[in-house]
Design a protein around this ligand. Sequence first.
Ligand SMILES: [Zn+2]
Length: 274
Amino acid sequence: MILKHFFFLCLIFTTNYFAQSVEFFGKAIPGSIIVGKGEKIISVRLDTTDIPVDKDGYFIFGFDRDDTTTHYLIVQFNGKSVIKKFILPKRKYKIQRINRMKKKFVTLPKKDSIRVAKERVIKKQARAEIGKLKKALYKSGFIRPIKGGRLSSVFGSQRILNGIPKNAHNGIDIAVPRGTPVKAMADGIVRLSANNFYYSGNFILLDHGQGLNSFYLHLSKSFVKEGQYVKKGEIIGKVGTTGRSTGPHLHWGVQWFNKRVDPQLLLKIKEPFK
Ligand SMILES: [Zn+2]
């Protein structure tokens, strides 16, 4: 009887020892996100920064649109560590010319500069919360906020508005009729439900934990409040054309902290979610 227990214990120890493992999901290119999942992880470090791991062994990190450098990820276990190297290739982006943009959205009129500055502060304050939540709410998995619809602008495009070069497009645009319901791409907490901002119109910022965040711009309506927990697929607002927009569409953006991520790459990650 004692011997039987002894064997059983041995089995647990061996299984635990070999359970020190880590897997990565996603492709390392500029604008991508990588989800890691492992067992018995003590810490994870990306280059020189520690990144959080939740109790189920989930962690996440991303590479900005313009990042073409090499990164090292060190996963520390009890007594061993795994080092993974990510070499980012150069990625080509489209050039997008929009010529029927209202003048006030190409060059900011003086009278609106204070308003825009105030809005920037509100956005910054809301974004300051991102990263504090260490729990991986995104382990719900990801969905497209709108099924179907015409993709009117892809991620990363170099924008030229009425002939003037502007910032790159930091999301994707899905053109659908006004009023189309917009769903949360993953479980998250509402950090901002902004009303009538100059460029973004009515918009929502969601925090999915560990620095991952998503935003939904130009809405006609928002159904959520700051601090509210939303489930993946929950309707958070309706499509509109508020702010700098030339017709009803959803601008869907994703970031890891301030790194601009391509939502379409995010959707390709199907595992290791529950
Ligand atoms: Zn857009």
